[in-house]
Design a protein around this ligand. Sequence first.
Ligand SMILES: [Zn+2]
Length: 56
Amino acid sequence: MPSFKCRDIGMNCGWEASASNVDELMKKIAEHAREAHGITEIPQDLVEKVKSAIKE
Ligand SMILES: [Zn+2]
């Protein structure tokens, strides 16, 4: 099950999430980024960073 920790991309944030697949997890991450970090649209370099931080 893929999981992600906000901390792993250098955020000072204790949020973590897991989902049944990467697409679902990316949706959760996008929602969290918007609500907690004010990132309305995740730039491509951040997407890459997030993807490399996801543990399967
Ligand atoms: Zn966060």
